[in-house]
Design a protein around this ligand. Structure first.
Ligand SMILES: Nc1nc2c(ncn2[C@@H]2O[C@H](COP(=O)(O)OP(=O)(O)OP(=O)(O)O)[C@@H](O)[C@H]2O)c(=O)[nH]1
Ligand SMILES: [Mg+2]
Length: 299
């Protein structure tokens, strides 16, 4: 299974199906079919229209072959997604504080485990803060990861103030000279005003110890949520000051295209991509690889 297999399958297989042996005439029918295929990836109507119109302009009334069309799609997506790899930026002195937010079940806790694994592998020390005190099982889940990955964890009782857990986690990271502190938060909807305020409070208590903290606020988005990811990106980036996105479950989704409108509308970079449930299943997001994976014809 290739990394972006499902999306690739849609784009390459379906686009190929548009072509009969000797190339195909670019007319209204063709452009309509192409548009429908592009929209299926969840890239959104805007980007799909842009690609369709560009192909209309370049090729209308001509016979084209699939590589001509794929080349334009590739160029257009690269242009929209235009971003370098954006790993976490570490601060020079003291721990780099990362807060992780998102809706219920998007993959926050698992993504923290995956990030921790990446950091530990590169020789960094990590302190985790289990500030999801809403569900008793959430603290347990992060504790298991911390044991498995061999990192410190700061917990709170079930129902404890998440901000106080975050405060103690940052304190612990400072005290132990850790390189990184990652704070987990309970899942919430971007429309739940009180819960969004709670995120502000968590941020505020962190600044009491490190004025610039949190240095990163990662919004974890489930790629299978498709266009729903757009309203989540909007709500969370406004209320929680997100600095980047972790796009999870891309392994099981034909809809990884949602990264495209998110980039286009919010200028939020996709920093990492989740490709499974294990600690190793995360990679830095790279536009070139993404586009190539979407469109390559091998396999
Ligand atoms: N296939 C796949 N599953 C994932 C991925 N990331 C997370 N999951 C699964 O999604 C489910 C939810 O993940 P969690 O990390 O618990 O999500 P969460 O956002 O912390 O959930 P809450 O704390 O309840 O809001 C779990 O079963 C994970 O194993 C991924 O990249 N791919
Ligand atoms: Mg969780």
């Amino acid at each position: 299974m290739g990394i972006f297999n499902r999306i690739k399958q849609i784009l390459v297989t379906d686009v190929r199906d548009l072509f009969k042996q000797e190339g195909r005439l670019v007319d209204d029918d063709f452009l309509r079919d192409l548009f429908a295929i592009l929209v299926k990836t969840d890239m959104g109507a805007g980007p799909a229209r842009k690609i369709r119109d560009r192909i209309g302009t370049d090729f209308r009334a001509r016979k084209v072959h699939m590589p001509d069309i794929l080349k334009v799609i590739r160029e257009q997506i690269s242009e929209i997604m235009d971003q370098p790899e954006e790993p976490i930026k570490f601060v020079e002195n003291g721990p780099t504080v990362i807060m992780v937010v998102g809706v219920n079940g998007s993959g926050k806790t698992t993504s923290i485990a995956k990030l921790t694994n990446l950091f530990v592998k590169s020789g960094k020390s990590v302190v985790l803060g289990a500030a999801d005190t809403f569900r008793a099982a959430a603290v347990e889940q992060l504790s298991i990861w911390s044991e498995r990955l061999g990192v410190e964890i700061v917990k709170g009782e079930h129902g404890a103030d998440p901000a106080s857990v975050a405060f103690r986690a940052v304190a612990k990271a400072i005290e132990t000279n850790a390189d990184i502190c990652i704070v987990d938060t309970a899942g919430r909807l971007q429309t739940q005003v009180n819960l969004m305020r709670e995120l502000e409070k968590i941020r505020r208590v962190m600044t009491r110890q490190i004025p610039e903290a949190p240095h990163e606020v990662l919004l974890v988005l489930d790629a299978t949520a498709g266009q729903n990811g757009l309203s989540q990106a909007q709500g969370f980036s406004e209320a929680a000051g997100c600095t980047g996105i972790v796009l999870t479950k891309l392994d099981g989704s034909a809809k990884g295209g949602v990264a495209i409108p998110i980039r286009e509308q919010f200028k939020l970079p996709v920093k990492y991509v989740g490709l499974g449930e294990k600690a190793e299943d995360m990679v830095l997001f790279n536009v070139h690889d993404y586009v190539e994976a979407l469109l390559s014809e091998d396999k």
